[in-house]
Write a protein that binds this ligand. Sequence first.
Ligand code: HEM
Length: 512
Amino acid sequence: MIIVDFQNCFIFILLSLFSLLCYSLFFRKPKEPRLHFDLPPSPPSLPIIGHLHLLISVLLHRSLLKLSIKYGSILYLRVFSFPVALISSASIAYEIFREHDVNISSRGFPSTDDSLFAGSFSFTSAPYGDYWKFMKKLLVTNLLGAQALERSRRVRADELDRFYKNLLDKAMNKESVEICAEALKLSNNIICKLIIGRSCSEENGEAEKVRALATELDGLTKKILLANMLRPGFKKLVVSLFRKEMMDVSSRFDELLERILVEHEDKLDMHHQGTDLMDALLAAYRGKIAEYKISRNHIKSFFADLLFAGTDTLVQTTQWAMAEIMNNPNVLERLRGEIDSVVGKKRLIQETDLPNLPYLQAVVKEGLRLHPPGPLFGRFSQEECRMGGFYVPGKTIVMVNAYAVMRDSDSWEFPDDFKPERFLDLSRSEQEEDRREQAIKYIAFGSGRRSCPGENLAYIFIGTAIGVMVQGFEWRIKEEKINMEEAVVGLSLTMAHPLKIIPIARTLIPLT
Ligand code: HEM
């Protein structure tokens, strides 16, 4: 029989509780409180929504820049229950991409179930893992890597010639040119041809459909990304508000892509040896590439991702760079001098000329520095880590304000001025470490593993488009100066007053 001494038992329990208390007070390292002490600074927040009100701004990159000037170059924000670390200085951007690249190599967007955009099939929002690695390899090998770009040079040369002739027609007819509209045609044709092996037809309205979808996608993706930050119940409610729009764009996209897929499958069935990206994707879909089997939805979503990531970015950057050139006559003069002396006045600039045109390259870079089309980009920290001397918990959204980083006065002299020369000095720099550091503070294309795979294509596209416009034409503007006011449409930083200028052909005999 067990005899229980209640008094002793009570004393024992008391003693245990007391020693537990002593242990936690004096010996155990406090977990939560320690972490909270050295979190990055945080502006005052509101109950429940946290800092959401600070993120609802048309020119978000600018309001976040102001916030960072007031509170610090790394900030800790909270949107409902989602923690966000906001990075706004070149030195912290340098640190996080050098020291935590793997940790922040996912974007951490919870998927929006059945959408082709930013959903569970998306490459851009896929976690850093086997699917992402497989698709990235396909993308580099078949579309955006140096060798793939060399193979597709003819495609871009034909489209560039078409772009030039179109501008020439406008010049003959004394019509003004909306730079955005012309750049959009050029970028859409190039991207479609590179991916599906043919341009989308103007005659049956296919090209127009793709252009419209690319624009709609931009706006829609912003809504989806914001909705993904909400709590599940609330997210469902918010998504239901634009569900109709999402499904409408998704089904139009689906219809268009299904047609293109069937077209490719028919060709493959007729023993055609496919060489474009779509052929490679279909091979993976049919299980002919062993590493990873993808579905039809993966292919469609991939096309949507590329169209979204690759079209508007090129268009906006071309427009901004051209506007800066128009506002800086000395830059225009030097640029034209360089092109005339390297390319001459008889033949049209080609992408193979670009390595011999350092000033043109510097102009493009400077345009991107001042006007990155994606001023903010997001990552996700898997594990807790330290950034800028502060503790950042795991599962935090890391938002990088590329706009602020590239105008950080600690890293850039006269950060708000358009000075392409700064990149000429940079390329002469002897110090390897210096050059690496410079490359990190220039983050128009992001950095690290998840940086933009389209960077080389972008430099070629913008360099040649600007090259053609400067080499082939004088441009007349109606106002004294072009209004550089910013607007954000969808996720892209664009000009509030789209650039509309009048071309005058520089030579009577067209360049060939
Ligand atoms: C001026 C033109 C462009 C700019 C400024 C730009 C900028 C960016 C930026 C900032 C990111 C996020 C990078 C990061 O998280 O570190 C990104 C990602 C991406 N970009 Fe670009 N981009 C441009 C053109 C293109 C083009 C032409 C394509 C393809 C046709 C493309 C495809 C992508 C893709 C697929 C991603 C997602 C990469 C991933 O998640 O792994 N971009 N881009």
